[in-house]
Design a protein around this ligand. Structure first.
Ligand code: NAP
Ligand code: MG
Length: 451
């Protein structure tokens, strides 16, 4: 069976990709399992050097990978280039891991006790369409570094960069069976990762509903699972913040990647005394967002991924619109950045993850009200706090129930630091110094030294 990859900016056919069948998925998993003993036995320094070589070769293909992502996903040129750089950085960061995969020596009576971090075996990575390259890299880089073999399923919409990354990996010295990319359907390939006993761990990023099914499926075999799911993130703006700066930054915190970002700050909470002033600055900033051909260096927002996604997002437009930006007309899945003023915190746009260029704004009264409103959601991924009172900003940061927060900026993702959610936004953390724990089992060994 084939899949037609469509360019979301103009609806043209990019290419056709063969979907992996159930039987071919099983064969790939068997090959990954067979390749595991040899890959885990590669000396740490050698595995590190192979990963560094992989990173260098991704860097060498930077413009080709960026062009592919622009065509396949409609990402702006600026974003696509950053995304390739993020994969390079992530692979480089975890290339240092094989040589530092330390266990412990624990004082005990009558002997010596040591721990080892053992790789798991075959790791199955299921990737969504919103950030095809970075999300793949956050899984495969630490998984491979820890000595696991990887089968990776990209989203049906966006398989091209993952396929290219696998090709580059193989040319860099990672054996073909150690890292396999299997384009295909979630219900076939993704689900087989969950049910196949030789896949020892699932890394899933995507919707909360599919994440729930995957977690339930993994329970059958007590399969390890990391979940990065949806978000309904708050951008909390206090009256004592640099209001102009907060307003100028707010559009990019939600319209970047056309809002198709689990970290999008889709709920703007503004202190009541500063509400009108904020909205004035915010309107100017939203109208200045450049929504245009993603190929252009100047483009700040491209199209949505698909007609289906566009229709889903447009279904939220039945609430009062404060103002909108602009968007191209004609072919492609385009939508103007849109600012809603929901009636209250029960409005659908305030509660559901929209995953498109739509943001809702509500006022709050004081610190306690801001915290209560921010936490009034089933999600808990990310958020921002704007205040020049750093004591307050930190108090609020400790009270907001999310995994990734930023103060006086909106950026969430750094490959050096842990990323993941509270509540229904997920389970476990990716990136940062501890990511290897999610790709290894601790083994404890006691050696009797008593006579
Ligand atoms: P999704 O269904 O959760 O898809 C994510 C990945 O899981 C894709 O690779 C998908 O494959 C695969 N998948 C689907 N069903 C599966 C199953 N039963 N078993 C194993 N794998 C399965 O997300 P979506 O339908 O593309 O998007 C729907 C909504 O999810 C969005 O509107 C957004 O709200 C949310 N979302 C969140 C994130 C995030 O970063 N947190 C990312 C994407 C989407 P296919 O491509 O073949 O479906
Ligand atoms: Mg789906």
């Amino acid at each position: 069976m084939n899949y037609q990859v469509i360019n979301p900016a103009d609806e043209s056919l990019v290419t056709t990709v063969e979907l992996t069948s159930f039987e071919a998925t099983d064969e790939a998993i068997a090959r990954a399992h067979a390749a595991f003993p040899k890959w885990r036995a590669v000396a740490p320094g050698e595995r590190a050097e192979i990963l560094r070589n992989f990173a260098r070769n991704i860097e060498a293909h930077k413009s080709e990978l960026a062009d592919l992502e622009i065509k396949n996903s409609g990402h702006t040129r600026g974003n696509a280039v950053w995304e390739v750089g993020n994969v390079v950085n992530t692979v480089n960061y975890y290339s240092a891991a094989p040589e530092r995969l330390f266990g412990k020596q624990i004082p005990v009576p009558n002997g010596i006790d040591v721990t080892f971090k053992e790789p798991l075996g075959v790791v199955g990575i299921i990737v969504p369409w919103n950030f095809p390259m970075p999300i793949a890299g956050w899984g495969f880089a630490p998984a491979l570094a820890a000595g696991n073999t990887v089968v990776l399923k990209p989203a049906e919409y966006t398989p091209l960069t993952a396929m290219k990354l696998a090709e580059i990996a193989h040319k860099s010295g990672i054996p073909a069976d150690v890292f396999q990319v299997l384009p295909g359907k979630g219900s076939v390939v993704g689900n087989r990762f969950v049910t196949h006993p030789l896949v020892r761990k699932i890394v899933f990023t995507g919707s909360t509903s599919v994440g729930q099914q995957i977690m339930a499926g993994c329970s059958d075999q007590i399969k390890r699972v990391t979940l990065e799911l949806g978000g309904k993130n708050a951008n909390i703006i206090f009256a004592d913040s640099d209001l102009e700066k907060a307003a100028a930054a707010a559009p990019y915190a939600v319209f970047d990647n056309a809002g198709q970002d689990c970290c999008a700050r889709t709920r703007i909470l503004v202190q009541r005394s500063a509400f009108d002033k904020f909205m004035e600055h915010f309107e100017r900033a939203v109208k200045n967002v450049r929504v245009e051909d993603p190929n252009l260096e100047s483009s700040e927002m491209g199209p949505l991924i698909s007609k289906k996604q566009l229709e889903t997002v447009q279904s939220y437009l039945d609430e009062p619109v404060a103002f909108t930006g602009s968007a191209p007309t004609g072919k492609g899945f385009w939508m103007a950045p849109t600012v809603l003023l929901p009636k209250d915190a029960q409005a659908r746009s305030w509660r559901e993850e929209v995953f498109g260029p739509v943001v809702s704004v509500l006022p709050f009264d004081d610190e306690a009200d801001a915290i209560a409103k921010a936490n009034d959601t089933e999600y808990g991924l990310s958020g921002s706090i704007w205040s020049q009172n750093i004591g307050r900003a930190l108090r609020v940061a400790r009270a907001v129930e999310v995994g990734v927060l930023s103060i006086n900026t909106n950026s969430s993702v750094r490959f050096w630091t842990p990323f993941g959610g509270f509540k229904r936004s997920g389970l476990g953390r990716e990136l940062g110094p501890d990511a290897l724990d999610a790709f290894t089992e601790v083994k404890n060994v006691f050696i009797n030294t008593a006579e």
